[in-house]
Ligand binder design. Structure first.
Ligand code: SAM
Ligand code: SF4
Length: 337
């Protein structure tokens, strides 16, 4: 069993299938994209499967595929099918921008995918296109509908709240949960990734942070234009809270969650490891230590010791602060956000 030095069992692996993406969300990557990893440096489907087999032998039960955009990977369906059939793996899920989900939802479900988390930063098509630099909101809604038809549920919708861009949409996004059994989760923007100037029409990255406390207060405050503020009752989410603090609008079918990687530590319950698309194990999203297992997997060496090394590096908690510059850190799309 993989247990870290602080007694936390490691049961969850997040895999970045690719660093590439079909969108350019302002807080994640620059308009011109990043310096993409060479294909030869990325793990192949066979190699990913071998890494997950070792992870499963060590006690990993849940795998999430992310990126970059996992659905641009040409073998995503095959990878899901092979991971889902590994002994001890109980759940394979995926985080996506949903641009390609309409066509892929059913094949992915047939391959054994259980759930999807969909990133949705605005309900306004123009603003959505602006934030994602080219995203098509209608396509995302068709992807969401296809995910529902394929029973990839419960559906989680993730919104990164950015001051001056979409913070005004908190109530409308939260209200989606009244009639839909969806889990809408509001996420604090992290100073990891695209910290350089976002360009004209965008706020300065240093001014865009909104804390979850501020988000909750904004939702609960009485709004004279709609004669309402939203009452939020704390609940335990049906699928477990993960890192989110979860609430329900009384009578609503879904829930509203708040994820604060910066303000409210969730490190004490952290059960995750990450695998980057170039074959590095990473024990923490914000601490740069990595253990490369790519050469080992290519030379067919046993991989367990690489996992043990990475787990030994897992910090008890991180102290990332709002003001921390992204510096030379890899961005979310490269680590697998
Ligand atoms: N492309 C997929 C998507 O957008 O869902 C998966 C990868 S993306 C890196 C995973 C999540 O990280 C998304 O929900 C995205 O909004 C979030 N993310 C990216 N950069 C972030 C940042 N600087 N702060 C907070 N969340 C961020
Ligand atoms: Fe792509 Fe996801 Fe990053 Fe947006 S958040 S640019 S969709 S990887």
């Amino acid at each position: 069993m993989f247990i870290d030095p602080f007694g936390r069992p490691i049961t969850y692996l997040r895999i970045s299938l690719t660093d590439r993406c079909n969108l350019r969300c302002v807080y994640c990557m620059p308009q011109e994209g990043l310096h993409w990893q060479a294909r030869a440096d990325q793990l192949s489907a066979d190699e990913i499967v071998r890494v997950v087999e070792t992870a499963a032998q060590g006690g990993v039960k849940r795998v999430r595929l992310t990126g970059g955009e996992p659905l641009v990977h040409p073998h995503v369906v095959e990878i899901v099918r092979r991971i889902a059939s590994i002994q001890n793996i109980e759940e394979v899920s995926l985080t996506t921008n949903a641009m390609l989900l309409e066509r892929l939802a059913q094949p992915l479900a047939d391959a054994g995918l259980k759930r999807v988390n969909i990133s949705l930063d605005s309900l306004d098509a123009d603003k959505f296109r602006l934030i994602t630099r080219g995203g098509d909101l209608a396509r995302v809604w068709r992807g969401i509908a296809a995910a529902e038809r394929a029973h990839l549920s419960p559906l989680k919708l993730n919104t990164v709240i950015v001051r001056g861009l979409n913070a005004d949409e908190l109530p409308a996004l939260a209200r989606l949960t009244i009639e839909n059994d969806w889990h809408v989760r509001f996420i604090e923007v992290m100073p990891i990734g695209n910290a350089q100037d976002w360009g004209e029409g965008f706020p300065a990255p240093s001014e865009c942070y909104v804390s979850v406390q501020e988000m909750r207060a904004a939702l609960s405050t009485f709004d004279p234009s709609t004669s309402s503020g939203l009452r939020l009752q704390p609940v335990t989410a049906p699928m477990g809270n993960g890192p989110a603090r979860t609430y329900r609008i009384p009578g609503a079918l879904g829930t509203v969650g708040f994820i604060s990687p910066l303000g409210e530590h969730f490190c004490q319950n952290c059960n995750r490891l990450r695998l980057t698309s170039d074959g590095k194990l990473r024990s923490c999203l914000v601490i740069p230590a990595e253990v490369s297992l790519r050469d080992a997997v290519r030379s067919k060496k046993p991989l367990e010791e690489y996992f043990q090394q990475a787990i030994l590096q897992k910090p008890e908690h991180h102290d990332i602060l709002v003001a921390t510059p992204a510096g030379s850190q890899r961005g979310m799309s490269q680590i697998g956000g």
